[in-house]
Design a protein around this ligand. Structure first.
Ligand code: ATP
Length: 300
């Protein structure tokens, strides 16, 4: 089922096109990665989905229907910049936001307490936002986005400013929400988070879609250009194998760049002729490499 569908959505700021005809579909219970260089149009896209700004063209459909103000109750948003008031108590602020989104005061309070316990910070209930560290403010922003149990959740750089333990905690939470059927539009510059969480992605560059689809298929469309060879012994002559363009010595072996896939077998043969090979792998491109290549190429 399509929880969220964008069809040729456009946004102009004067002469400047911020989003140029984006199409994408987020299914129920899916985390969808919206990626792009700075200024590519991610936040603008998210703000249009939230109904905070209006598209200049195209359609946005929520469970198959166009926007109406009641949708605010089923949407949650963690903005990139902190959205909470520094001087207001966590409980007052988050309960208020949940009530705006249609929850009763007692349900809102119960939900807030659940999340504070979940994040092991029940004592933040009575704290002002400004009394918390940057990372903990981010966690309170996350709670504000999910307290009312939204069906559609928009996360803009949700893990920024968090230490590795808290990143894991929030990642697990996001996965749980997906399992419960929440549809999540997820923006980040951290490609390893995308690899772990998302099945489908769109990469934007200067308002245009430059890569789109499921990560597996996207990766299969790129050539495999690196070979990892683990061996205890020295292997000579790797540089002169046809198709090998670079050889990097590593702690326990070599990382080789190749210009054609046939070079991989020649590397393996060469290594095995000289000793034992512990591990041999033709590496698929990382999302980071794909991102850099896609965004880089579209700048040329
Ligand atoms: N209110 C506005 N008025 C004029 N131009 C704007 C406005 N908001 C965004 N833009 C422009 O639209 C383009 C897209 O911006 P947007 O904030 O959506 O990018 P982004 O992909 O979220 O970037 P980042 O990764 O840096 O957060 C940028 O060129 C930006 O300068």
């Amino acid at each position: 089922m399509e929880a969220l569908k964008l069809e040729s959505v456009m946004k102009q700021y004067g002469e400047k096109t911020a989003v140029n005809g984006i199409n994408l579909t987020v299914s129920k219970g899916e985390i969808y990665g919206l990626l792009g260089a700075n200024g590519a149009g991610k936040t603008t896209t998210m703000r249009m989905v939230l109904g905070l700004i209006y598209p200049d063209g195209g359609n946005i459909l929520y469970n198959g229907k166009p926007y109406n103000s009641e949708l605010q109750q089923i949407m949650g948003y963690l903005p990139e910049e902190r959205g909470l008031y520094p001087k207001v108590k966590v409980s007052d602020q988050i309960v208020y936001l949940a009530r705006l989104r249609g929850m009763s005061a007692s349900d809102a309070d119960k939900s807030l307490r659940y999340w504070l316990d979940r994040f092991e910070v029940p004592d933040y209930y009575n704290k002002k936002i400004e009394e918390l560290s940057k990372g903990n403010q981010q966690k309170m922003g996350f709670i504000a986005a999910v307290v009312h149990k939204p069906q559609i959740l928009i996360l803009d750089e949700a893990f920024s400013g968090l230490d590795p333990v808290n990143v894991e905690l929030l990642k697990d939470t996001v996965k749980e929400l997906r399992e419960q059927g929440t549809s999540i539009l997820f923006s980040t510059h951290r490609m390893e988070h995308v690899e772990e969480l998302c099945r489908n992605i769109t990469i934007l560059d200067r308002s245009n879609t430059v890569v789109q689809g499921d990560i597996r298929t996207i990766k299969n469309g790129y050539p495999r250009e690196q070979v990892l060879l683990r061996t205890e012994n020295e292997v000579t002559g790797l540089e002169s194998i046809t198709g090998v363009t670079a050889v990097q010595r590593q702690e326990r072996g070599y990382l080789l760049s190749i210009s054609e896939i046939g070079a991989a077998q020649r590397i393996l043969q060469q290594a095995m002729a000289q000793g034992e090979v512990e591990h041999f792998e033709i590496k698929e491109p990382t999302l980071n490499q794909i991102f850099i290549r896609a965004v880089g190429e579209s700048h040329e």
